[in-house]
Design a protein around this ligand. Structure first.
Ligand SMILES: Cc1cc2nc3c(=O)[nH]c(=O)nc-3n(C[C@H](O)[C@H](O)[C@H](O)COP(=O)(O)O)c2cc1C
Length: 243
């Protein structure tokens, strides 16, 4: 019975979440909820647990709120947001994040080193550097190696630099989604945005060249007129297949 109650709660949140473009300016907004929901978001699954993401909170009181809203092409979802969250990918941080995983694993298994530790050492010490290192022609070399290996057995094909980039964005987007559901559970609304000037946003946030903006999320209490129409989705049969 308890399971049922939890299930209803989750599905209500999924159904009720909408991208809301106009946020209420009057009622108090609890900025602590953003912090709480981001702390939930980082529990999202992410590739190799490398957590190659960062989240920049820009509350309405921040000196950056208006400039960033402008860089979101002045979308109302940004200008009326009580807080903006910029989701950033940090592919460039792979070395320190792999090292953090390695030292966690060493600490965990320090009294009982064995197969698991060896596997993790090989994963973060060998495989991850192979995938994430950047050298001239490395992308094409990896692709050829993967292709040769695939002749004998199933092989992961997504090994190029652009594949790594996609992978890092996938993980960031999953965290962003977790954040938006958590905000809905807190009684707040959100709007994910990809309509922004990424070059200028990066400059404003002082982000390095190799980082990327995954999305910017407007947060607040949505107004009814902020929901632009009834929700439309394709018929289930067009997108869900049982094979
Ligand atoms: C990656 C991504 C980028 C988006 N960018 C924008 C945006 O720049 N501006 C906007 O108003 N909505 C944006 N949206 C919201 C979508 O338009 C919205 O999710 C879609 O129309 C479905 O509506 P719903 O979220 O209310 O179910 C974006 C959504 C996603 C997932």
């Amino acid at each position: 019975m308890k399971e049922n109650i939890q299930e209803i709660g989750f599905f209500d949140i999924v159904k009720e979440r909408r991208s809301v473009r106009i946020f209420d300016q009057e009622t108090p907004f609890d900025h602590q909820s953003v912090q709480k929901c981001l702390e939930a978001a980082i529990l999202a699954p992410n590739s190799s647990n490398m957590q190659l993401w960062e989240f920049y909170r820009i509350p309405e009181t921040s000196a950056l709120k208006n400039p960033i809203s402008r860089l979101c092409m002045n979308q109302k979802a940004a200008t009326t947001a009580r807080e903006l969250v910029v989701v950033v990918t940090r592919r460039d941080k792979w070395k320190s994040r792999a090292a953090a995983n390695l030292s966690y694993i060493r600490e965990t298994y320090k009294n009982s080193p064995g197969k698991k530790q060896k596997q993790a050492e090989a994963y973060y010490g060998n495989l991850v550097p192979k995938l994430y290192s950047k050298y001239p022609l490395w992308s094409i070399t990896k692709q050829v190696i993967a292709w040769v290996m695939s002749l004998k057995r199933p092989m992961v094909r997504e090994v190029t630099e652009s594949d790594v980039r996609v992978s890092v964005h996938k993980s960031a987007a999953l965290a962003a989604m977790t954040f938006m559901y958590a905000m809905k559970a807190e009684g707040y609304d959100t709007c994910p945005m990809e309509g922004f000037d990424s070059v200028r946003v990066k400059k404003l946030l002082n982000l390095p060249k190799d980082s990327e903006i995954n999305m910017i999320i407007g947060c607040g209490k949505g107004l009814p007129e902020g929901v632009y129409g009834k929700r439309f989705r394709l018929p289930n049969e067009e997108v869900i297949f049982k094979v």
